[in-house]
Design a protein around this ligand. Structure first.
Ligand code: CP
Ligand code: NVA
Length: 320
């Protein structure tokens, strides 16, 4: 079909693809869906949603498969090695085939440019299920978790410790800024965020009343933080494990660091966690940790996002 004649389609490739008002709308819907888990069925009949993985996954795979089923759709999980894309069929040709049959495309891949290429030709929504640069679905779940505890996101301080150049750091910066949070990334030299993403997050924060900062001093970053977050020191596809562990050691989330955070501070980790590397077992398994709620909220947040995207942006519906 002539792209000019197609209805506008919305994708979710990075955190600021939702405006602040839209992000709030999706999070409101996620909260409603958590209370009425089987009450929303935007897919009329068993419409397929393709969920493609070029990297391993536990949570993302389970939550999308479960959520798509609960929305009345049919999840089709495809691992790279079992599709022709894994043998070199182009991203664009894959999108052209998929868009004629499925209601949405969810993809975990490496470079952000790959998912941008998929979205550039797809007439159905494309959702980023993690790239090297961003993990925006995870941040929606994290924001839902924060709202459950604090009743809001705006004005809270979120401090992230560790690899400041990875997908989680970038998505906290951007998604946290959209949510009006004060986001601090604490990381050593050589692990600081992509400057272009940091600039964009600062621009967004200026509109929402939030702020962004990069600090090389973990103690300063922790002081007064409401939300303390971390992620693995060695992301999928990264080399140099021993060097990374040595470099990032001063940024471990542990009881000493938590003692500097605000009273009532909570701890987030997208998981999988490596106990006593990026986070002490004591903190991960302790009373401030919300990591299991956070993992569950992947389900609710992604259902809300898919509902919002396939129903037409903004057309948030009542339960059926
Ligand atoms: N947090 C997260 O995305 O986990 P998986 O890699 O298991 O999907
Ligand atoms: N930064 C991690 C997140 C895993 C969910 C990675 O990319 O491996």
């Amino acid at each position: 079909a002539d792209p000019a004649l197609r209805p506008p389609v919305r994708h979710f490739l990075k955190d600021d693809d939702l405006s602040p008002a839209e992000q709030a709308q999706v999070l409101d819907l996620a909260e409603a869906m958590k209370k009425d888990r089987f009450g929303y069925r935007p897919f009329a009949g068993p419409q397929t949603v393709a969920v493609l993985f070029d990297k391993p996954s536990t949570r993302t795979r389970i939550s999308f498969a479960t959520g798509i089923g609960e929305l009345g759709g049919l999840p089709l999980i495809i691992d790279a090695g079992s599709s022709q894309m894994g043998r070199g069929e182009s991203i664009e040709d894959t999108a052209r085939v998929l868009e004629r049959q499925v209601g949405a495309i969810v993809w975990r891949t490496a470079g952000q440019e790959r998912i941008e290429a998929m979205a550039s030709v797809s007439s159905v929504p494309v959702v980023n299920a993690l790239t090297d640069e961003f993990h925006p679905c995870q941040i929606l779940a994290d924001l839902q978790t924060v709202r459950e505890r604090f009743g809001r996101t705006a004005g809270l301080t979120l401090a992230y410790f560790g690899d400041g150049a990875n997908n989680m750091a970038h998505s906290y910066l951007l998604g946290g800024a959209v949510a009006g949070m004060h986001v601090r990334v604490a990381a050593p030299d050589g692990y600081h965020p992509d400057p272009a993403i940091l600039r964009r997050a600062a621009e967004v924060a200026a509109e929402t009343g939030g702020s962004v900062a990069v600090l090389s001093d973990a103690a300063r970053a922790a002081t007064g933080a409401d939300v303390v977050a971390t992620d693995t020191w060695v992301s999928m596809g990264q080399d140099g494990k021993e060097q990374r562990i040595a470099d990032l050691a001063p940024f471990q989330v542990n009881a000493a660091l938590m003692s500097l955070a605000a009273p009532g501070a909570v701890v987030l980790h997208c998981l999988p966690a490596y106990r006593d590397l990026e986070i002490s077992a004591e903190v991960l398994d302790g009373p401030q940790s919300l990591v299991w709620d956070q993992a569950e909220n992947r389900l609710h947040a992604q259902k809300a996002l898919l509902h919002w995207l396939v129903s037409g942006a903004g057309a948030v519906t009542e339960p059926v």
